[in-house]
Design a protein around this ligand. Structure first.
Ligand code: G3H
Length: 486
């Protein structure tokens, strides 16, 4: 697979109109591994002119693609899912080097993506239109009927993040394709090798030339240009709130679907199963070193059970393996960049200076940060509000559930929250008051299963993802009204 996408010097190319091409100016961005800084390849630094070509190509190809039957499109997606699984080891290896994710998670990301693609094809095959009788509206006779079908939007710009370079690219591409759109994929530079690999998979599966194109390049050079391009009809972005807000400020009249930052709270009530809560907090907070938008990012625990919970969390953190994912099976991996680790250090320093109690970790070697737990975190500390995107969890002790709800809702974010309790009434009391897209009862915060609606409120996002929801977001209703004159 890889040989088609790159030359002998490890320069990868972009997929444009079914061909793997360099940028016009033949400039490259070198991709280094966050594990050891080794050079693992380079991707074209595309220019505005290259972007024009990619978008124009998509626009033309979409005219053909929208007329390919849903069944034929689905067959291509089933094939793509099989090709992905057949190449799991090669892709997982590339992913591990490119984003420092542990091997098991890389492999499961590939499997999950194949499942996602198959489920998307199945779902699209089962979406039907509707007919609406006119006479249910006051004053309308029974001589009108609206036949509502779904139409594609045109060219979808899919901007994927570094942390799920395969899954969060496919979760935009597959629903977009099934809805009849052409796609321009702009992956984050770190993660772009995996994004290009995924494009190769779709190409191999038979997606028509020009229907899926890729654009790699520096956000500072082409970011604003591509997002405001008149040929783009829809933007599906996953990434930071800062960039998401910027995109929403500079675009106009283009629908947006965005998954942004989060500060997901785990709220532990007095009657919670503390073993269950501790297990979920540790896996939810520290997997992939906390570099997930849905990671548990703060613990709001009732004072009465705080000590008992902490004891269990500390014991579980001690079992986490820290190190190099290329060498061993590890839980805690180096962060994506030195800069990302610097930011986490800053939050830890602020918490220490303001009196938080460091219970575990707090150490750092380069961009590898040990799993860290702070107790006695207060709302004056940055760690109570800011998203570290690293393996650091603050414990905020609260007197009752209403205080927990207040602190949870005072956040600028509203992605998910978890509540741990054995009492269904208490679960609903808390869930009904939280300003988030999803509340998990007795589980860590997480996106999957991927056919559930996934959304963030406030600064955590715009619109709703999830397989059927994404297909609907990337299409629009088209009504044909039959008027009967008899
Ligand atoms: O980082 C953002 C992802 O959407 C999180 O997905 O909950 O499956 O890890 P996840």
């Amino acid at each position: 697979m890889l040989n088609i996408m790159k030359d002998k010097d490890n320069h990868y190319r972009n997929l444009i109109n079914g061909n793997w091409v360099e940028s016009k100016e033949k400039r490259y961005i070198t991709i280094y591994s966050p594990i050891d800084n080794a050079e693992i390849g380079s991707v074209p630094a595309m220019s505005k002119e290259d972007v024009d070509i990619a978008i124009d190509t998509a626009k033309q190809a979409q005219k053909l693609w929208k007329n390919v039957t849903i069944d034929e499109k689905a067959e291509i997606l089933y094939k793509a899912a099989n090709i992905l699984v057949a190449n799991k080891q090669e892709l997982a290896e590339l992913m591990m080097k490119e984003i420092a994710k542990d091997r098991k998670s890389c492999e499961s990301e590939v499997d999950r993506t194949a499942d996602f693609i198959r489920f998307t094809a199945d779902t699209a095959k089962n979406i039907s239109g509707e007919s609406i009788p006119g006479d249910s509206f006051p004053g309308v006779k029974n001589n009108k009927i609206s036949i509502v079908q779904r139409e594609p939007l045109g060219v979808v710009l899919a901007i994927s993040p570094f942390n799920y370079p395969v899954n969060l690219a496919a979760s935009k591409i597959a629903p977009g394709l099934m809805a009849g759109n052409a796609i321009v994929l702009k992956p984050a530079s770190q993660g772009s090798l995996c994004g290009l690999y995924l494009a190769r998979v779709f190409q191999e599966a038979g997606v028509l030339p020009g229907v899926l194109n890729t654009v790699t390049g520096k956000g500072s050079e082409i970011g604003d240009y591509i997002t405001t391009h008149s040929g783009i009809n829809f933007i599906n972005f996953t990434g930071s709130t800062e960039v998401g807000k910027h995109i929403s400020q500079i675009t106009s009249m283009v629908p947006l679907l965005m998954e942004l930052g989060g500060k997901d709270a785990a709220i532990i009530l007095k009657d919670a199963d503390l073993d269950l809560a501790a297990t979920n907090i540790v896996s939810g907070g520290y997997s992939y070193s906390g570099q997930r938008c849905t990671a548990v990012k703060r613990i709001l625990v009732m004072e009465e059970v705080a000590d008992a919970l902490i004891e269990k969390i500390v014991a579980k953190i001690a079992t986490l393996k820290v190190g190099n994912p290329l060498e061993e099976d590890v839980d805690i991996v180096p962060l994506i960049s030195e800069k990302a680790a610097d930011f986490v250090s800053e939050l830890m320093e602020d918490a220490k200076e303001k009196g938080a109690k460091l219970l575990v970790g707090g150490t750092r070697e380069g961009n590898l940060i040990a799993p860290t737990l702070f107790d006695q975190v207060t709302t004056e500390m940055r760690l109570a509000w800011e998203e570290p995107f690293g393996p650091v969890l603050p414990i905020i002790r609260v007197k009752d559930k209403d205080e927990a709800i207040k602190i949870a809702n005072d956040s600028e974010y509203g992605l998910q929250s978890a509540v741990f309790t054995e009492n269904i009434n208490e679960a609903f009391y808390v869930a009904n008051r939280l300003e988030v897209g999803t509340v998990q009862v007795n589980n860590k915060t997480e996106r999957g299963p991927d056919h559930f609606p996934f959304l963030g409120v406030k600064s955590s996002g715009i619109g709703t993802q999830g397989i059927r929801y994404s297909i609907e977001s990337m299409s629009r209703p088209k009504a044909t009204v039959i008027n009967i004159h008899s």
